[in-house]
Design a protein around this ligand. Sequence first.
Ligand code: NAD
Length: 480
Amino acid sequence: MSTKQQALFIIFGGTGDLAKRKLYPALFALYQKGIINEHFAVIGTARRPWTDQHFQAVVCESLPEQDTTAAKKFAAHFYYQSHNVNDTEHYVTLKKLAQKLDKKYQIGGNRLFYLAMSPRFFGTIAQHLKSQEIVTADGYNRVIIEKPFGHDYQSAAELNQSISKYFSEDDVFRIDHYLGKEMVQNILAIRFGNNIFNSLWNNRYIDNLQITLSESLGVEERAGYYETAGALRDMVQNHILQIVSLLTMKMPTTYSEADIRREKICALKALKVYQPQEVAENFVRAQYQAANGLKGYRQEDQIASDSQTETFVAGKLKVASENFAGVPIYIRTGKRLRQKATRIDVIFKPVPGNIFADQNLADNILTIKVEPEGKVSLQVNVKKIGQGYQLQEQQLDLSPENRNGQQIAEAYEKLLLDALAGDATNFTHWEEVAYSWKFVDAIRQAWDNSQQPLVEYPCGSMGPKQADELLAIDHRHWIY
Ligand code: NAD
């Protein structure tokens, strides 16, 4: 994987926030590691009339170390082309520039097209890449696309069709950056690399799963988009359901893209799609209210004063698979919560029969902290040191030891490297997207047709009390 790569990156939306905050630093990290080196170039395209020099200065500014020789040498591989994606003429110029750079850097025809702009342009771009022959015959041609992939199943299917007319599924890399996170990737290692977990990973031994993706920030500058999306579409359809699929999928035959994706698709297909009454019983939607000196959602800029957009979702998912039938999966995500954290708790069933009759046994809980700190721990019961026979709970730290003191790579760095290597394991297949939307659409439709108002939660809390009641009714509680 860490062999040298040669590729021409064509980034649509090269002046945008994503490109500056994530893509250029990630490419620089690959450059620093020597993975991309001499044989690469980047064409940034957007509407603004920038020069190459200005673009290179912007790229340098986006890097953690801006003024070093390495940063300047890296930025010298960047070229800018003013480009309106709807203008066919612009693709003709783009093709010439691509050919010139391919020759100059001896790239061998490998092209990665990164669509870092609104999905409404994806179809047009894909069509022009083919019709104007910007795709090459002598190398690979891969398209990397960003979320949101549609706003429901129908729009996602249309979007997919507009791309798949020109690119095969194998060449489409749909980013879900949670799949690039070290501790999310660790889920399969923990599950399938350890018999103690693998053999217990089913409804005989697992009581429930809990997934929390909490954000401390509010809607910030993404208000326009967020108003039309809400937490269900923004976080549940992609990131949370991807984590659910990794937690509930069966063991793949091999650790390979095809086998893993097949099992993930089955896991998502096995999610129970709810009827409206079941949505009301199993899902809570809420909006943050002013508290602790912070504005409420409806007071934020560009947000309607009567907005019905949810900034928080909690839900109980059911999986109709042999191994997970009967195991509730509680999920929760929201903005303006107590702190930023991504965390998974696997709660095991109690020992059948407690011989320590007068003492409570703590649950065995496997916790995977994805963010902010990547940690894995297991809660067990042990004897308290000393006279008598008391038990105490103990946290076993299972966090991976970083033997070489390596910096944990940022998700985008890992995913860009995967895309360069043609490995789509950590990207979402169209069928995963399709099943995820079908699950989410049923909830969205039930909410849209419901008279039930949104509930409220104060900024800085962990959500509304209804999210706690969702578990309390099952005699459970949130671990985090
Ligand atoms: P942005 O608005 O900052 O950038 C959009 C880019 O598209 C700009 O470079 C703009 O010049 C260009 N553009 C717009 N219309 C154009 C046209 N007609 N022709 C050519 N160029 C045009 O957006 P962003 O935040 O960088 O997001 C880009 C995409 O990535 C969006 O789909 C977004 O949902 C997704 N995304 C962004 C983030 C993030 O952190 N910013 C995270 C996840 C997903």
